[in-house]
Write a protein that binds this ligand. Structure first.
Ligand code: NAD
Length: 569
């Protein structure tokens, strides 16, 4: 990717404050979000342009980064910039209500849609892996995933331990403390539980401890088990990072006949070459093997992954609640190691998230372009006031204020949905809150505009048969028309940045997904865009699930007047 650009070295994170370098806030928001993605506090390996999720990048190389920055600085209010796999490739006159930036990352034609072709094209400098929010400039650090992880574990606790206060008194065992996985220990302790998380890279462990995502560390499995048992017995929450390969940890658990209550994983198993680490090597030894003998690396990585999955399955057989946390570890070992029973433990979406998707609920997130924490605290108050009866949302906002450190631009996430049934103006939850933020910007109560975006993992924005669309009721798991319609619809509704990617979360060829940003600068134009996009975006989620025959989605469509032509009850 070349040497880090001098512009980036000067930025070292997003510009803040009310003075802008671009011709308008929409372009400025794109510039700030790109630089926020690459803030050393936010990105996992910013000098390689890697943001998170294995090799998810924000720009193709440093020359392309510089070119994007230059284009954004001079982009007019009625122009649209095209970014193809992290490289600016065109700029056209469109109109003020159109998106300012359109992004497509990592997309390949079906027959060629796999890591081998991707790596060939990447070596020629023709494509980039954008993961989900890396290449769409919507990553906000580990704080971005924390609520999703918190909600998933809360739902798991409700289903499996209904008499406990969340996960109180239980032990969750997982692995991977990277950009996203690093949220796991905090999400477990926020649900009052105890967590042991294996991680091979001690630097990652230290990063999570420094930022209060994890409490303590050890490289001794006996010590980890002892500490976990003591805390669980005392009903106290605790998180322990275990410096060890996940597959070796599971072998050790089996030898000690220790069965946790919950088992999952967030190593970067979706990428056997550049994400997952084989057993028997230190991180630097493994990194050297990857360079010298990539085939050997892949063979050993997949062998370790097989042991890892067998460990999870054994724990499930012994009574643990097990689920895959969206890294395609089941798909990987089924495809490459012929493990026939890999899918005997469920994915987290069908197990815990789909009922939320049916209601158009998903990860609404907002970022203070001012850089001021006070702006987010003001919006925290606003969302609580707007939805006084939502106790769970109030608990989440209070916990987030107390326990989640900001990284880069101050941001917040909370899951909001459609549910316009109870609003006199027929506005969706997401639209109501976005309009309230826009008013706060207009009245000067916030120091600068707010940009609203979300994860690609949302109700109507992704096709991913091993994750978001696993086991759809009508068998439509691999139908990828929905994310494309989502992007086209949100561009038509006037979102400011719209993107479509391949391969996020689960690896090239395994998913297609879309994302958008809307900049709330207090103007009437922003209000108009917010009203439209925050209706279309959750609305297509309701439509997608109604089309698949889910009762909750059909009900939501009926209650909230989502017009789904052939499915109306
Ligand atoms: P990351 O690459 O930043 O971190 C992965 C971590 O796993 C690294 O710290 C690495 O050292 C560690 N690791 C790799 N192999 C290991 C092994 N065998 N034993 C122990 N540790 C090992 O990735 P991330 O952003 O944290 O994402 C992790 C995975 O979760 C990815 O596959 C990603 O696609 C997926 N993901 C899931 C969700 C979700 O909503 N559930 C969201 C985003 C990403």
């Amino acid at each position: 990717v070349g040497s880090p650009s001098t512009q980036w070295l000067e930025y070292q994170g997003a510009p803040t404050g009310t003075d802008i370098e671009c011709n308008g806030w929409r372009q400025e928001a794109a510039l700030r979000m790109l630089n926020n993605n690459l803030d050393p506090e936010v990105a996992e390996r910013p000098t390689d342009l890697v943001v998170y999720g294995g090799t998810g990048r924000a720009a193709r190389n440093w020359d392309a980064y510089d070119a994007i920055v230059d284009e954004l600085r001079s982009l007019e209010d009625d122009e649209t910039l095209l970014v193809q796999s992290g490289k600016p490739v065109g700029r056209f006159k469109t109109h003020e209500r159109a998106p300012r930036v359109l992004i497509a990352n990592s997309n390949l034609v079906g027959k060629w849609d796999d890591w081998d072709h991707f790596h060939e094209l990447e070596a020629k400098g023709l494509i980039m892996y954008g993961q989900m929010t890396a290449g769409s400039w919507a990553y906000i650090g580990t704080q971005g995933i924390i609520q999703g992880t918190f909600e998933t574990l809360a739902e798991a606790a409700r289903q499996h331990f209904p008499d406990r206060d969340g996960l109180r008194g239980t032990i969750t065992v997982t692995a991977g403390l990277g950009g996203m996985g690093g949220a796991q220990p905090l999400a477990v302790t926020m649900n009052n539980g105890v967590c042991i998380a294996a991680e091979v890279d001690e630097d990652r462990i230290d990063r999570r401890i420094e930022t209060d995502y994890c409490m303590t560390k050890t490289d001794d499995l006996d010590e980890a088990i002892e500490l976990a048992r003591e805390a669980a017995r005392a009903d106290e929450s605790l998180s322990i990072a275990l410096h060890m390969n996940a597959a070796d940890m599971f072998d050790g658990l089996r030898e000690r006949e220790f069965v946790p209550d919950v088992v999952t994983d967030q190593t970067s198993a979706h990428d056997e070459l550049e994400g997952y680490y084989p057993s028997g090597y230190t991180v630097s030894e493994a990194d050297a093997l990857r360079e010298s003998d990539p085939d050997q690396y892949v063979a050993e990585s997949l062998e370790t992954m097989e042991r890892h999955v067998e460990g999870i399955l054994e724990m499930q057989d012994a009574g643990a609640v097990a689920f895959e946390y969206g890294n395609n570890i089941r798909g990987q070992v089924q495809e490459h190691r012929d493990v026939a029973n890999a899918f005997d433990f469920p994915g987290f979406v069908p197990a815990y998230i789909r009922p939320l998707f049916c209601r158009g609920k998903g990860p609404f997130r907002w970022v203070a372009l001012s850089g001021e924490k006070a702006d987010i605290h003001r919006t925290d108050e606003a969302v609580k006031n707007l939805f006084p009866a939502k106790e769970h949302l109030h608990r989440w906002i209070d916990l987030a204020q107390e326990r989640v450190s900001f990284q880069g631009l101050p941001s917040r996430v909370c899951w909001l949905g459609y549910q316009s049934g109870d609003d006199p103006d027929g506005l969706t939850e997401r639209a109501r809150f976005a309009l309230r933020i826009n008013e706060l910007v207009a009245s000067g109560e916030l120091a600068a505009p707010i940009v609203v975006t979300r994860d690609h993992l949302d109700a109507g924005s992704v096709a991913s048969p091993n994750r978001e669309t696993e086991a759809m009721k009508d068998g439509s798991d691999a139908v990828a028309d929905w994310p494309i319609l989502n992007a086209l619809l949100n561009a038509s509704a006037g979102a400011d940045i719209v993107s479509v990617h391949d391969g996020g979360g689960v690896g090239i060829g395994n998913s297609l997904h879309a994302n958008n940003h809307v900049v709330l600068d207090g103007s009437e134009l922003a209000a108009e865009k917010a009203r439209r996009v925050f209706t279309t975006d959750p609305g297509i989620g309701v439509a997608r699930h109604a089309d698949a025959g889910y009762e909750e989605a059909l009900e939501e469509a009926a209650e909230s007047n989502v017009h789904v032509p052939m499915e109306e009850q």
